[in-house]
Every structure is written in C-alpha cells, then in structure tokens.
Design a protein around this ligand. Structure first.
Ligand SMILES: [Zn+2]
Length: 317
C-alpha cells in the first residue's frame, strides 16, 4: 500500500472535480407526483388538486420539495462505462487501497424555489470533499461527499443535494475488534429512551412497582405512556399500581441477530395484564420453546445493572 499521506493527497486532488451533467428524462409532471405522494401517504392537495393549489400561496400545483432528486434520476439501466467519470476514478482509487465496502451516511437537500408542472431540470455533479482516514464503528474509511446542483434547462438554480458515503475496509470496525479477547466485558443492555412522558414508569420499575398510566378525565388506563388520552383528549393523568398478573397475548423467540447484552434464544412477550393494558417484556423461568399464547404469567423484577431495572414475566405459580 502507498503511505497514507500521499494517498490522501491523491484523494484530495478529486475535490472540486466535475463528474458530469445530466438532463431529466421528463418535465416535472402530475403523474410522477401522484405516484410519489401515494407511496409516501402524503395527502396534501397542493400536490394533486389544481383548484385547491390555486388558492394557496403557491397559486398552482407544486411538486413535493424532496422529489428534487427524482426529476433527474437515471432509472435502473446501468450507466454506460465507456468513459469513466471523475467519480468512477475516485472509487477505483479508494478501492485499490482496500476501502471496498460502502454505506450511505447522509443526504441533505436545499431548495431555492418550489417546482411546478413543466419545469425541466438538469443536474451537475461535483465531488465536494474527500475526508482523511477515519475510524468508524463500521470500519476504517474515507467519507466522500458529492454535491449535485439542480437547475432548469434555462440555467435557473432550483436546489442542490449533498450526498455523503463512507468507503471503508471491511472487518476493521469496532464490532470486528470486539470478537477478540474482551468478551468478558459484557456490554450493558441498551438504554430505554426515557422522556418526560414515561419517566414515572421507569422510576416505579426501579422500586419494583409495575404501574399503569390512568386518564384523570375518563379513568381509562393506557400503556405505553403518552401525554394525551386517546379516548377523551385529556392531558391530565395519574398512575395506578398493577397486580402483576396477566397472560401471554403474543410472543417471539429471537435467535438472530444476537446483541451482546442479551442471552439467546430470547423470549419476548406481549403481556396482557389483568387490568387490560399490554406491555412488552422478557419471558423468563421457562424454556423459550415451551412458551404458549394464553399462558398465565406473573411479574418479577430483573436488575440488569445499577441504572436499569425492568419487569420480566415467569409462568404463574
Ligand atoms: Zn380520558
């Protein structure tokens, strides 16, 4: 391999180089917009109903801003390879040093204006930046950012997209390093996302109390915790303590992928409490293969580590 310094210098020569331009196959059109919003589940009529759109600030139908990239996409046909672009040359160079794996990491778009039916776009792609060598969870690699400028065929800029990928050496990530000797150091169980809305539930668990949120307006119980009652709309609530008995409403037994904090096979149940609410919890004290739907279960408390106590359920005695 070449030394890192001269390799990076070679990579840096690509910054600012033009990759090429491409014209959209079609103008911005209602049919593509309709398919897009149907796929996304976006029912805003400004995208599809001219009468409604005419009364908005836009005065006419607009395309969803995030469709920007769609108007100049090549489609699934492979790119002609006769004349390699600067991007092809850059990829070949990084791969020659073993950075053969790729993952897209982020994509940012900026819009200069909304697009309307009949706009016809062209894009121009430039290699924006190539990072120095970085050690990431996936592996050692280089971040490559391409910038795609979008404009109309008349040359009016309408937006741009920064697209970043990581080209990394397979097998050099933290996961790979961990496979060696440090296995005695078992990682902690993933932390729950504790918010102002659910903190009371985890606090009660620390005290080995299984609680259920109750609407102060109509008295209905709800879980998981949330700020507002689905039934009456009240934001007022308190909590009641559950008896800790229930049945297995449903369950799965996980075998793979294996996260180091857990033992496998791992039985995870959807437990229906006698009070009527359901919660997700591990099923313990039984071979996972013997768990059945409808089985009666009781709560027990598992102190996973000093900061995390969670309920689990074992077969009722
Ligand atoms: Zn209510």
């Amino acid at each position: 391999m070449t030394d890192k310094h001269s390799f990076l210098a070679k990579l840096k020569e690509f910054e600012g180089r033009e990759v090429g331009t491409q014209d959209g196959a079609d103008e911005v059109n209602q049919a593509m917009i309709r398919h897009w919003v149907e796929a996304m589940g976006d029912q805003n009529p400004v995208y599809t109903e001219p009468d409604v759109a005419a009364k908005t600030v836009h005065g006419q139908v607009i395309a969803p801003a995030v469709m920007l990239q769609a108007w100049v996409m090549r489609g699934i046909a492979p790119r002609p390879s006769a004349n390699p672009s600067a991007q092809d040359d850059l990829m070949a160079l990084v791969e020659s040093e073993g950075f053969t794996s790729v993952v897209a990491t982020n994509c940012e778009q900026e819009y200069d204006r909304m697009l309307h039916l009949g706009d016809h776009l062209r894009n121009r792609t430039v290699i924006d930046s190539v990072s120095e060598e970085k050690a990431t969870g996936l592996g050692v690699g280089h971040f490559i950012t391409t910038r795609v400028e979008y404009e109309t065929l008349d040359g009016e800029p309408v937006g741009r997209q920064m697209f970043r990928i990581l080209k990394f050496r397979p097998g050099t990530g933290r996961q790979a390093a961990k496979a060696e000797p440090e296995q005695h150091d078992r990682p902690k169980r993933p932390r729950p996302a504790i918010t102002l809305d659910n903190k009371f539930w985890f606090d009660a668990a620390t005290e080995h109390r299984l609680v259920i949120q109750r609407c102060s307006g109509c008295g209905v119980l709800r879980h998981p915790p949330r700020p507002r009652c689905d039934k009456c709309g009240s934001y007022e609530w308190d909590a009641v303590e559950a008896g800790g008995r229930g049945t297995v409403y449903s369950f799965v037994v996980n075998h793979y992928p294996q996260v180091p904090a857990f033992d496998y096979p791992l039985a995870v149940g959807l437990i229906e409490l006698e009070e009527g609410t359901r919660l997700v919890a591990n099923i313990v004290g039984i071979e996972p293969a013997d768990v059945t739907i409808g089985m009666s279960v009781e709560v027990e408390w598992v102190e996973h580590d000093p900061d995390l106590t969670l309920p689990a359920f074992h077969p009722a005695k």
